[in-house]
Design a protein around this ligand. Structure first.
Ligand code: FEO
Length: 408
């Protein structure tokens, strides 16, 4: 039954194998631009109880089974642990259960409900109680609920004596790579994709992330490896310390003196205003990132505001509304619940000028503290109007300098 060719498992520790799938083609994960694809990681532990931790998105079931087969006959799997019920980690679970006939499948209490709702399999799933341990033979798995990191069902599994944390979505990233360990990949790419993943997936759940980090701290868990369900595995101590530190920082929404300017346009007046506002922000020594919607994806904007102190949004007025592209990105950003930002609305209009006012109302709903009235300019900004824009930028810069840590 051993598979000698094609998809192979990769041993990450003695008797512990990565058996996941690489999705080189994925470009859209629920509206998140996954420029470099993703992976769906699953892990096989060879012990007296052969154990599979998580499965993969449904179309990748054959890849998973082939990688398992490169190590062991899949029918020898005794236990499946489902750390997270979202379909990218459970989609092929019914088929894997059918093909391997494990004696027990574990999920959290909420996971049993979610898997039942998705696959109507509740009678086949055993509740993994929070804090419970499972003896595999030479090793032990401890289950820890991590509710809302990412779904109500989310839990992690901690393997001893290896000290490997199977962390499901947490500490992951959407990146298809054949280099399985984070330290084999370019550091800048690891940093960028980790940021982007947190900003687009976990930011709205930051309170839950903080609780989980606190609990890990209280339990004094040590990790030799953090093995997420997406992207590379973390094994160097300095990387593990760094990513845990970043999760602490991001989940407490610490902000820098950096502004993100997001805008769209009909006849190029709003971008000219944005340029003058950006100059004003720079006058005060603050960082600024201009993200015109014609060239910026919403998930990259979300990444930019992860640690930004100010969100400044510009729109023309069209038919008495803000531009649809601006409404779209604001809807996305509102759902991510950034906290503690200042901001302002601006825009050019012809006669009625509702656009910037509606942006201002939306920023208020997002709890972005606006430090000025919306700045509306008629038609094309003249020198006086550009002066107003520059002064708005300077006010934003001064306010950020008073409140936030300088950006690098
Ligand atoms: Fe990667 Fe919440 O699933």
């Amino acid at each position: 039954m051993k598979n000698d060719g094609g998809y192979q498992a990769i041993e990450i520790a003695d008797g512990v194998f990565w058996v996941g799938a690489i999705d080189w083609e994925l470009r859209n994960f629920h509206g998140y631009l996954t420029t470099h694809g993703s992976t769906y990681n699953a892990y096989l532990i060879i012990d007296e109880k052969v154990t599979l931790v998580d499965v993969v998105k449904r179309p990748f079931v054959d890849e998973l089974m082939a990688r398992i087969s490169s190590v062991i006959d899949p029918s020898k799997i005794d236990v499946i642990i489902s750390n997270h019920a979202e379909m990218d980690h459970s989609g092929c679970l019914p088929e894997v259960i059918q093909r391997t006939a494990p004696s027990t499948v574990y999920a959290s209490k909420q996971g049993v409900k979610a898997l039942d709702a998705q696959f109507h399999l509740s009678e086949e799933i055993t509740i993994a109680e929070d804090g419970a341990t499972l003896d595999l033979g030479k090793r032990t798995v401890t289950f820890l609920e991590t509710r809302m990191c990412h779904w109500p069902d989310s839990m992690v599994s901690y393997l001893t004596p290896e000290k490997i944390l199977f962390s499901q979505d947490a500490f992951g990233m959407h990146l298809a790579t054949s280099k399985l360990f984070a330290d084999e990949n370019e550091q800048w790419q690891m940093d960028h994709e980790l940021d982007k993943y947190y900003a687009n997936i976990l930011l709205p759940l930051s309170n839950f992330v903080r609780k989980t980090l606190d609990r890990i701290g209280e339990l004094k868990l040590e990790f030799s490896m953090i093995a997420p369900d997406h992207g590379p595995i973390w094994r160097r101590d300095e990387d593990i310390q760094r990513i845990v530190g970043l999760y602490h920082r991001w989940s407490s929404q610490q902000r820098l003196a950096k502004a993100v300017l997001v805008y769209d346009t009909m006849w190029n007046s709003t971008p000219v205003m944005a340029g003058a506002i950006a100059d004003g922000i720079k006058d005060e020594g603050c960082a600024v990132e201009q993200m015109p919607l014609a060239a910026s994806h919403r998930s990259d904007i979300a990444t930019a505001i992860l640690d930004a102190g100010a969100l400044v949004v510009g729109t023309p007025t069209m038919n008495g509304e803000m531009f649809p592209s601006v409404a779209g990105v604001l809807t996305y950003l509102k759902g991510l619940r950034p906290a503690g930002m200042i901001g302002a609305a601006f825009g050019s209009h012809g006669w009625s000028g509702e656009g910037a006012k509606k942006v201002a109302a939306w920023l208020t709903e997002m709890n972005v503290e606006q430090i000025s009235e919306p700045l509306g300019i008629k038609y094309v900004p003249d020198e006086a109007a550009l002066g107003e824009c520059r002064r708005l930028g300077q006010l934003i810069g001064r306010t950020m300098t008073e409140r936030f840590t300088p950006a690098d």
